[in-house]
Write a protein that binds this ligand. Structure first.
Ligand SMILES: Nc1nc2c(ncn2[C@@H]2O[C@H](COP(=O)(O)OP(=O)(O)O)[C@@H](O)[C@H]2O)c(=O)[nH]1
Ligand SMILES: [Mg+2]
Length: 410
């Protein structure tokens, strides 16, 4: 490293934000920006027939093992008529609601939606396995009628693929089977008057395959600002594309985090004045978000049937392996050494900064630390995923579903 660069965009944003020389004023403004992002709620309704795989999908989205005490019970007959919320393990303001099944003949979509409190949800996911049914159409119509969005998830497609594999021993075309299922769902929804229905083929047991990445991208595209950021952070980073999106989303907020870490009572004699516990906290949340904490790697090892230590060893960056204060200090002091030029640039573009923090170099070092950490975590996460879902997993002689662009086998 010879030089540290801070993008023009960040400096512009900072410059327009920092119009005052009063620490309290600026810090409360920046903090409220961060708060509004961190307090954004996301309430997602998961509905569909009993046994369709709603609870299993909820757990998969939350990155929880079915046996986890925080997970929704699966494979059980539903007895409740009340929606049950499940919190995201590290984003408490994200909740997935496991709604009661819609199974019976006399199903009344309007009444059902009133009963489950439709207003509270940001959007609906209709989960269906096997054939498309009239109840799905009724539900989709009723959700659309109240101006909410819905996404149609045709789940358990791993079973469809297996079944067709058994039927057509030769000339088996997995992609063809999947296309037929998708086309059927789209046709049925179009018949109900939906112009471009959003249909995704998914297996909760193999999120890294099929349409999960496209599902995640579509949801994110259709949400605004903070909600989009929250969604991108909350879904499991299960493909290379998801890892990159998380990185980009977190990067936008680095300057705010770095600045907040500078607002500490200054200790004379030290070259950098930074709130280290706060930086460590941020790094920990990044690490979790990329699924690199021990718990997430263990969970992935179970899902992907790979030895835990093999996946764990793919965390190769200093911070990925060991998120210690020492590792943080060593990156910060490296930054202090090479950050002089960047620090002068910050001073030019953000003239008030010098009045607020003890030396722009502290800001530059914190900025560099968070940026470096994001890059290393993203690389580690990608390596872990590649190892978890290495191609050997595919049964020999079968054709794979063509990967989506940006898929981890790319
Ligand atoms: N093969 C396969 N089985 C699934 C999938 N999703 C759910 N299941 C199974 O389907 C059954 C019903 O799932 P559950 O989530 O309890 O359905 P719910 O009644 O809609 O909540 C359970 O035995 C699950 O293990 C999937 O994607 N693939
Ligand atoms: Mg259930």
């Amino acid at each position: 490293m010879n030089q540290i660069e801070i993008p023009e965009k960040d400096l512009r944003e900072m410059g327009s934000m920092i119009q005052s020389q009063v620490i309290l004023e600026v810090s409360s403004q920046v903090q409220s920006l961060l708060d509004s992002m961190e307090t954004t709620t996301l309430e997602i309704a998961v509905t569909g027939e009993s046994g369709a795989g709603k609870s299993t999908f909820v757990n998969a989205l939350l990155g929880l093992n079915d046996s986890d005490p925080r997970a929704a019970p699966t494979g059980v007959t539903e007895t409740t008529t009340l929606p049950t919320p499940y919190r995201h393990p590290f984003l408490p303001r994200v909740r997935l609601w496991d709604l009661p099944g819609t199974g019976t003949q006399s199903f009344q979509a309007d009444t059902y939606l009133q009963q489950v409190g439709l207003e509270r949800y940001d959007f609906f996911i209709i989960v269906a396995s096997e054939r498309f049914r009239e109840n799905h159409a009724r539900l989709a119509r009723a959700v659309g009628a109240v101006g909410k969005r819905f996404y149609f998830v045709r789940t358990k497609v791993d079973q469809d693929v297996q079944a067709s594999q058994r039927r057509r021993v030769t000339g088996f075309q997995e992609a063809q089977v999947l296309r037929e299922i998708e086309a059927d769902c789209i046709r049925q929804l179009k018949r109900e008057g939906f112009e471009s229905p959003k249909v995704f083929l998914i297996s909760s047991f193999q999120l890294h395959r099929f349409d999960f990445q496209r599902f995640q991208d579509t949801l994110a595209e259709e949400l605004e600002g903070h909600k989009r950021h929250t969604l991108l952070l909350s879904f499991p980073a299960i493909t290379a594309a998801a890892v990159q999106r998380k990185k980009a989303s977190l990067r936008q907020h680095i300057w705010k985090k770095a600045l907040m870490a500078c607002f500490v009572s200054t200790l004379p004699g030290l070259p950098l004045h930074l709130n280290i516990p706060m930086l460590l906290n941020t790094l920990q949340s990044y690490r979790k978000s990329f699924g690199l904490d021990d718990e997430s790697v263990q969970m992935l090892a179970i899902t992907a049937s790979k030895p835990y230590h093999e996946l764990k060893n793919q965390r190769r960056s200093a911070l990925g392996k060991d998120l210690s204060e020492n590792a943080v200090h060593s990156i910060l002091s490296q930054a202090a050494l090479y950050g002089q030029m960047a620090s002068r640039l910050v001073k030019d573009k953000v003239p008030f900064l010098d009045h607020l923090v003890a030396g722009g170099i502290s800001f530059v070092a914190a900025y560099y630390l968070l940026n470096t950490a994001l890059d290393s975590f993203a690389q580690d996460a990608q390596r872990v995923l590649e190892r978890a879902y290495s191609v050997e997993e595919e049964p020999k002689g079968s054709l794979c579903y063509p990967p989506e662009p940006g898929f981890i086998f790319d």
